[in-house]
Write a protein that binds this ligand. Structure first.
Ligand SMILES: Nc1ncnc2c1ncn2[C@@H]1O[C@H](COP(=O)(O)OP(=O)(O)OP(=O)(O)O)[C@@H](O)[C@H]1O
Ligand SMILES: [Mg+2]
Length: 452
């Protein structure tokens, strides 16, 4: 699915209005890394907007720009009708985890939120106590952060954000570092504060990569695609609060969003097309054993149900995986041609079934063929080694090439994955200490060929 044609018209009551926002960073070699391209959005009054996207899609980057902490490369950003030119007044942020000061008590940590606003000490104290009470930390005012559980510490972070009586709250995965039960309690508490207007906040923008969390909280969901980040879909959530995860409408919506998030933008290269991807393709960092585990699981689910198509939410549940953990795995098996995804279902390909059935050596040979045919970086490494008379090449040679296309960090990650996959398939060897690629047994498998 291509990025949607966004018709985003500004309304006078909008808290935020963003139009055609683009953000690019400079790579160390001076080339441009495009992170967000042509993003438009509105945050309306009395609305919880959830921005859903996979890791690296640029969600935090977008939040920072809205908060006035970083500038867009191009495009318009307005807060209450005015261009954003610095920190946005009346705005509070909640992060995945907070840097609380260990030498300050809960009360002192919360008061800090008001110091910058030059609120007099007596009022500071009184407002901090009220925020602590509101967020359920009553009785812990004089505790130190180390005495608190992770959930309680996160509550201190929330209190620090709420103490300023924010007009708007920006939250960047505030529940994702918490255990399941604590996260659920805190979501419910936040919804209560919001629905019962115990906080003066007029709008909430929440970043998440958890589909169920989005459907639970949002009035509207924007799905952000990756590479570069773009709004791929806008989904109003019309279910009444409180929402029931087990209800059919809830499950249908989760499934629908799963489908959108796993479909590929039509404009982007299709992995099914051989050679359509360049060597800079961000290979998902999935170890071979996990990849094989997924294929085996698909096979057994298929045998068990008699149905080759497995729903992705069912698969996630079955493997006790979160959505975010499952995505890279799915991307990897699809990239290698062992499974394919359509409309929120996944299905083994013929090659995927062969792989599951094969013994260790056959698996390696099959994997090698698919790796060379479908992963240009692996094919490139192999070709370079084949050409060189000593069949050796330093890792830096490929790293330099990748760094023209990716950030240094990403280049390293992509090369690591190519190393893991290539080693397993015995397409090449790699010596960690020397940082050298080589051919194990040059020439030996030439007769066998590497193309299907
Ligand atoms: N200052 C920077 N310089 C260069 N690249 C950056 C910078 N900040 C972010 N990036 C890159 O921008 C991309 C998006 O990053 P961002 O943190 O916004 O993603 P995200 O959607 O919040 O991901 P996550 O779900 O992992 O938090 C990443 O590829 C990241 O490496
Ligand atoms: Mg982030």
């Amino acid at each position: 699915m291509a990025a949607i044609e966004q018709q985003v018209a500004q309304q006078p009551s909008d808290i935020f209005f963003a139009e055609h926002v683009r953000k690019a960073f400079k790579a160390p070699d001076g080339t441009e890394l495009l992170i967000l391209d042509d993003v438009s959005l509105r945050l309306q009054e009395h609305e919880i907007l959830v921005l859903l996207g996979r890791s690296g899609s640029g969600k935090s980057t977008l939040l920072r720009m809205l908060a006035g902490l970083s500038e867009p490369t191009a495009g318009t950003l307005l807060h209450r009708g005015r261009p954003i030119e610095g920190p946005v007044p009346g705005l509070a942020m909640v992060f995945q985890s907070f840097a609380l000061f260990p030498w300050l008590t809960v009360l002192q940590n919360v008061e800090l939120g008001l110091e910058a606003l030059k609120v007099p000490p007596a009022e500071r104290r009184q407002r901090a106590l009220a925020a602590i009470d509101l967020i359920g930390l009553d009785g812990f005012e004089s505790a130190y952060p180390r005495e608190l559980s992770g959930g309680m510490r996160q509550r201190v972070g929330f209190a620090r954000a709420l103490v300023i009586d924010p007009d708007v709250l920006l939250m960047d995965e505030p529940f994702s570092a918490l255990d399941v039960l604590t996260a659920e309690t805190m979501r419910t508490d936040l919804l209560d504060l919001w629905a019962e207007r115990k906080i003066p906040t007029q709008g909430i923008l929440l970043v998440s990569h958890n589909i169920e969390e989005a459907v639970l909280l949002a009035d509207r969901i924007l799905i952000l695609g990756s590479n570069p980040g773009r709004v791929r879909a806008e989904i109003p959530v019309r279910l009444a609060q409180p929402r029931d995860r087990e209800s059919q409408e809830f499950r249908d919506l989760v499934e629908h969003i799963y489908g959108i998030m796993t479909s590929r933008p039509a404009a982007a290269p299709n992995v099914a097309q051989r050679g359509a991807l360049g060597i800079g393709h961000r290979l998902p960092a999935v170890p071979v054993n996990q990849l094989a585990g997924l294929l085996e699981e698909l096979y057994s689910l298929e045998q068990g149900s008699g149905n080759a198509r497995i729903g992705l939410p069912d698969l996630a549940e079955d493997m006790h995986f979160s959505v975010d953990d499952l995505f890279p795995l799915i991307e990897a098996v699809e990239l290698l041609g062992f499974a394919q995804v359509a409309d929120g279902d996944i299905e083994l390909t013929a090659a995927g079934r062969l792989f599951v059935d094969a013994d260790v050596q056959e698996r390696k040979r099959l994997f090698a063929r698919h790796l060379i045919a479908r992963v240009p970086l692996a094919a490139r490494v192999r070709a370079v080694l084949d050409e060189r008379h000593n069949h050796r090449a330093p890792g830096t040679r490929f790293r330099a090439e990748l760094e023209d296309l990716l950030s240094e960090e990403e280049a390293e990650r992509v090369l690591d994955t190519a190393i893991d996959w290539g080693r397993y398939a015995e397409v090449y060897a790699y010596d960690d200490n020397a940082d050298v690629f080589s051919l194990d047994n040059p020439g030996e498998d030439e007769a066998e060929g590497v193309v299907e």
